[in-house]
Design a binder for this molecule. Structure first.
Ligand SMILES: Cc1cc2nc3c(=O)[nH]c(=O)nc-3n(C[C@H](O)[C@H](O)[C@H](O)COP(=O)(O)OP(=O)(O)OC[C@H]3O[C@@H](n4cnc5c(N)ncnc54)[C@H](O)[C@@H]3O)c2cc1C
Length: 439
């Protein structure tokens, strides 16, 4: 092991740890290093489908919300690439995901604290620091930042099916090109499901696509102003202070604020179907059959076919469908990484099996307080639906930086929220500083 002990070692370089690295670039007194198993930066390459758009404003980039003069902002990227004026002239309602990924890659190529092609394999707690084993050796760090993303969530009924007949949306870009199946089911009514249906329609093939969703309809992302208040630091701070039972209930109710389909994607799909009707008014399904309110309850494979049984919540009846290929746009879930197994019994979990997170995004464990393990993208039930999204990335990174430094290096003061979320027992309770001091 090298003798120098870092202030922070990060596992994974997706947008979340990348934001932390970018924010810490302006804090030279901290020694930090981040490790990524991929040879170079890539942002969900399996879902980089043509025409895919961002669901978030470019102002909510890696740094701007708390560090607007950082050189790692999206605007700085535009200027560096001489596209500032043309970007404005393009008048995007939603920026292409490809461009945002290019921005992220540009930041990743400019930060000296990043190491690619280096998987974090093991972490052990020693007296006062962690030893972190990567593909390139062992290094000591007083704190950790786990930013390894989530793993594909596959429904139990899909586990028995042949790999050639089913794949998860995270592999879509690689797998969709080869698809020749005459009957395809896309399972999942969120943004990924919609983008995959759109990509399948692009191919202009003779396949029939069945788009199946548990939700009662193909429902839009609620991106209206009062809902967007859920994506503010002041809401997140208040949410974190609630009892767990309430947090879980609120999260379930808020699903369309984070997981609905962008209005632009829905409109585009609807217009495509309308145009198909114009061209061939007599065709029954126009090569696509939309099936919301369907819960898949069984999948039985017989040779090269799968029979799906679904319960239709609209008329409370059962349906069966014979399918040749199933695309699972069924989301992602957090799992504690293998490299933390040596600490597994020392980490407190919440009732849904995720690490219990303090307000500064560090997990609760029985080790010393000065050795913190920050976990990013595991806080949907502790910090709210904004936590797994980009919206508060820059702010969260600043919270973590302040926690590492032990003082308010980044000014995180907020205006009072527009909505009175909590009950006020007296006017003086209505203060903006719920506070992010270490518990
Ligand atoms: C297709 C898609 C589009 C999205 N679009 C939006 C959007 O428009 N707006 C929004 O707000 N949110 C969006 N999200 C949600 C969220 O912003 C992204 O999932 C984001 O990528 C999360 O960042 P992350 O850093 O936690 O994880 P990831 O991007 O998954 O990155 C994790 C990284 O960790 C690496 N890694 C894993 N294990 C190890 C290890 N042991 N050692 C080293 N490296 C490791 C992985 O290789 C990976 O590069 C989107 C999500 C998806 C799936």
């Amino acid at each position: 092991m090298t003798s120098h002990v870092l202030d922070l070692a990060g596992a994974g370089i997706g947008p979340f740890n990348l934001s932390l690295a970018a924010q810490l670039d302006s804090v030279p007194q901290l020694s930090v290093r981040f490790f990524e198993r991929r040879p170079s930066f890539a942002w969900h390459p399996g879902m980089m489908l043509p025409g895919a758009e961002m669901q978030t404003s470019i102002l909510k980039d890696l740094v701007t919300a708390t560090n607007p003069t950082s050189r790692w902002s999206f605007l700085s990227y535009l200027v560096a690439h001489k596209r500032f004026y043309q970007f404005i002239n393009a008048e995007y309602e939603a920026v292409p995901r490809k461009e945002f990924a290019d921005y992220l890659g540009w930041v990743a190529s400019g930060l000296a604290s990043l190491r690619f092609g280096s998987r974090v394999r093991e972490i052990h707690a020693n007296d006062g620091f962690f030893s972190v084993t990567t593909d390139h050796g062992v290094i000591g760090a007083r704190n950790l930042s786990v930013g390894i993303g989530k793993v594909p969530a596959r429904p139990a009924w899909s586990e028995q099916l042949a790999k050639s007949m089913t794949f998860h949306s995270s592999e879509a870009a690689q797998r969709l090109g080869d698809v020749k199946a005459p009957r395809i089911a896309v399972i999942g009514g969120g943004q990924s499901g919609a983008e995959i249906v759109d990509a399948l329609l692009d191919r202009n093939s003779t396949s029939t696509i069945h788009w199946i969703s548990r939700r009662p309809n193909f429902e839009p992302l609620d991106a209206t102003p009062f809902t967007n208040e859920l994506f503010t630091p002041s809401y997140m701070e208040r949410f974190h202070g609630l009892p767990e039972e309430l947090r879980l209930t609120h999260t379930r109710r808020q699903v369309l604020a984070s997981d609905g389909v962008s209005a632009s994607t829905l409109k585009k799909l609807y217009r495509r179907l309308y145009e198909r009707k114009l061209e061939t008014p007599s065709a029954v399904d126009q090569g696509i059959s939309l099936r919301p309110f369907r819960n898949v309850i069984a999948a039985v494979q017989d040779g090269s076919e799968v029979t799906l049984t679904t319960r239709n919540g609209f008329d409370d009846s059962m349906e069966t469908l014979t399918i040749d290929l199933i695309v699972l746009a069924t989301g992602y879930r957090f799992v504690l990484p293998d490299f933390l197994h040596s600490l597994e019994n020392r980490i407190e979990l919440n009732s849904v099996g995720e690490p219990a997170l303090r307000s500064d995004f560090s997990l609760v464990w029985d080790g010393p307080d000065e050795n913190r393990i920050f976990v990013l993208n595991a806080g949907r039930h502790s910090h709210g639906i904004a936590e797994p999204q980009l919206s508060l990335t820059a702010w969260r990174s600043a919270v973590i930086a302040n926690s590492l430094l032990g003082h308010e290096h980044f000014d995180l003061g907020q205006l009072d929220p527009i909505i009175r979320w909590e009950t006020q027992t007296s006017p003086s309770n209505y203060s903006s500083s719920v506070g992010l001091a270490a518990e």
